[in-house]
Design a protein. Structure first.
Length: 217
């Protein structure tokens, strides 16, 4: 549906639950209204013809201010197609808690991202920029005294609301189904392997440069 048509439909009523799935492919961003003009967003994407993250544009067209209605921002993983514009959503919604998998907060992963951020090819993509922008936003919140942040693991409750607080009368819970401890460990092993390969290639490059310098002298 074109964005120009969304305004004609209008926002969901307080007693309606609405799940809207966006993406150039399928499901790169999910925007959910769980009742009473209360929303959460899972991941983010952009369309080529839209300059803002699709979640913000969608709420704009509904006549809603994202910063007033979004209560949770969930980051599932950091692939380019699922994180483009996620930092813009976070900045626009300073009161929304940001949740991300525990693996994305590990020291090993941060080191990996720092190394990848030096890569100027398409491999690094936009994900390194988005990742550091999110942490800048979290640091800004911490300094402001509002550290709205959560680390998600398997069966972790990220949000809840009693049924008597919602017009439809149903209780609401937002749960993380992953990562499990095994998923987390497997992810760290993969990151460690990539870091080791990167260090090995760096040492080889340095050795080759030194050898070439000696040959020239």
């Amino acid at each position: 549906m074109p964005f120009s048509e969304i305004a004609k439909i209008g926002p969901p009523s307080p007693d309606e639950v609405e799940v809207t799935i966006f993406g150039p492919d399928f499901g790169e961003c999910i925007v959910v209204h769980f009742g009473n003009n209360r929303w959460f967003v899972v991941d983010s994407c952009k369309y080529p013809e839209v300059d803002r993250p699709v979640a913000l544009r969608y709420l704009d067209e509904l006549g809603l201010r994202a910063g007033d209605v979004i209560e949770r921002i969930v980051i599932t993983h950091w692939h380019d197609d699922h994180c483009k514009g996620i930092s813009q959503i976070a900045s626009a919604c300073p009161n929304a808690a940001i949740w991300m998998p525990s693996a994305l907060t590990s020291l090993e992963f941060v080191r990996f991202v720092k190394r990848l951020s030096k890569d100027k090819t398409a491999l690094a993509g936009s994900k390194t920029k988005e990742f550091f922008a999110i942490f800048d936003e979290l640091d800004r919140r911490r300094k402001a005294g509002s550290p709205t942040f959560g680390i998600a693991s398997q069966n972790m409750q990220m949000h809840h609301c009693a049924g008597n607080q919602l017009a439809h009368g149903g209780a609401f819970r937002l749960l993380a189904l992953s990562p499990s401890h095994g998923d987390h460990l497997e992810f760290l092993v993969r990151i460690a392997t990539l870091l080791a390969v990167g260090l090995h290639l760096s040492l080889l490059s340095t050795s080759a440069h030194r050898l070439s310098s000696r040959q020239l002298s």
